[in-house]
Design a protein around this ligand. Sequence first.
Ligand code: NI
Length: 191
Amino acid sequence: MGGGPHIIAMAIRKIARMGHPVLLKPAEWIDDPTAPEIQHLVDDMLETLIDANGAGLAAPQVYEPLRLVMFQAPGERSVDPGLSEEEAFDHTAPLTVLINPVITPQSDEMEKGWEGCLSIPGMRGLVPRHTDIIYKGTTVDGEVLERRARGFHARVVQHECDHLEGILYPERMDDLSELIFETEAVHWMKK
Ligand code: NI
């Protein structure tokens, strides 16, 4: 490289699809969450997530096998019983970036809910997840972040952190007849 100006620009990354080996292997621990290359990766992932209109993204999905996830975390507000949790999910909720996350379930209670994944485009599945968790990790500023999450918030975090173990949501399903194309979701409403 010459001595010219070093231009840093955000970029939309390609998203790995189910079948690519990067989605199947455990991701590596990040020794320095505050490193500039991590901030750069976060910037790219954010642009990628917004472009793809997703609720969350894990670094292996952009071919970086590192323990980093981001997701929109809704607050602990009550869910309108007339809405599914997903419909009630607030897509304007603040984004959380979590490095080296660890999840601790707070009970044995599991609940099934619909999930999709940017690495499995066009599909949805009913996936059992813990309803009540505490998650802990490090921010890009090197601060420790610890939160309790329930319902859809807990579901999104478990889905994203599974990517760091090389696990995709169909592997968590107990009935693959509940793996469907998005276009057929109408048949499953209020069933
Ligand atoms: Ni996913």
